[in-house]
Design a protein around this ligand. Sequence first.
Ligand code: URP
Ligand code: ZN
Ligand code: ZN
Length: 488
Amino acid sequence: MSASYDLVIRGGTVVTASDTVRADVAVSGESVVAVGKDLPAGAREIDATGRLVMPGGVDPHCHIEQMTAAGLVNADTFETATVSAAFGGTTTVIPFAAQHVGLNLRQVVADYKALAARGAVVDYALHMIIADATPETVASDIPAMVEAEGIGSIKMFMTYDRLKVDDERFLDVLLAARQSGALVCVHAENHGMISWMSRKLVEKGFVAPKYHAMSHPRLAETEAFTRLIAMSELIDQPIMIFHVSTAEGAAVIREARGRGVKVFAETCPHYLILTAEDVDLPGLEGAKRMFSPPARSASDHGALWRALGLGDLQVVSSDHAPFRFDETGKLRAGPSATFKQIGNGMPGLESRLPLMFDAMVSQGGMGLQKFVELTATNPARIYNLARKGSIAVGGDADIAIWDPDCSVTFSDATVRDAAGYTPYPGRTVRGWPQTVLVRGTTVIADGVLAVKPGFGRYLPRAGGEAARPTGHLVREVDPHRNFGATLL
Ligand code: URP
Ligand code: ZN
Ligand code: ZN
């Protein structure tokens, strides 16, 4: 008898953002072709009895092989980063093509695409970082990169000396994004407050990694979110606010969404797990948990969970930004480095889903569907990756088969990215993906990588629905109410 499908994943519990059902999943070619009970035989079968069959994760914010704000390249290559992502159940990533000041955006995009094509083992799209909003970048390069290269999102920084874009240029880029149909993602913190606090702390000898957390006042987040939302409203350009860390930040977003501003927002596992006290470690050890914005407090954790539950925040990304804890990375400035001389960021591609599964499903009450929604479906929808983020007939067969009872204790000895350490040593999570498929091909089978570097495929995309303006213009830019001046 000939097989009806290339593959049937049989007898598992299939979870999507809307349903949890006992069903088989059939795959032919690269797509899911049927979901149902007692499906006919596949040429290959995977027994998923007792397992959860879930969409592969979509991680829409990760720094891979990127030149960062500190002038340091991340520890990972596209190969090591995406292998670690796959082992943690993530099948699509959106890293960055990072334009620094003086660089030509088209060349930057070509360079990062080449790096990714060589190494990636899962599928990937790109965001473009704009640090140098020259007239040529704004008028010609951004539209070309959206249209010809399928980069449907732009990232800008409101802080970091090398990357920050001032408000006037920021508005130029928001308008270019509006005209090109791209979403704008933002690292929003008040640069002056952070620079001033850092200078004062260092001058007075408060230089340990824990003072990095104090150098980023929570007010810097609230102020920047408020200013950013005002700029977004002026241009009527939808935005995604990256890595929300405070209760007040979440409240600013809730208020803006409540009055109809098109603001999306994400947080990351570390803002739900770590506090500033966790950075207070002997010597420079705290550098392993230095990232920006920094870890806050337990009451922020509660507020961020509520904001995720309510839909004020829609996405949990990793903000994977790995540096080794040695002279090539975090400790580049030597053993007496101040927090200002230590690279920001930490690894997270592999741990994102297991940490969230443990918190939301194994320990918590938010449940499987919300877990899938925040970590796969919402990022796929918001970033316009139509075939990703769910298990649906016609979609890509990107599937992670989880053992919900598999307990794993994080340890430096077992991390798979190139940072070489885990920020969560000794922490045990319950639930881990055992088998991971990308477009129907097994990428991870029972702890073994089964594809070669370069298997991952580039996902060109437009900005999509999330990037579509609301059509509501404030008076000063509305030609019907501003005495006829056409500005947008
Ligand atoms: O500390 C972080 N998040 N480093 C990565 C760069 C950024 O801020 O997104
Ligand atoms: Zn950032
Ligand atoms: Zn980041």
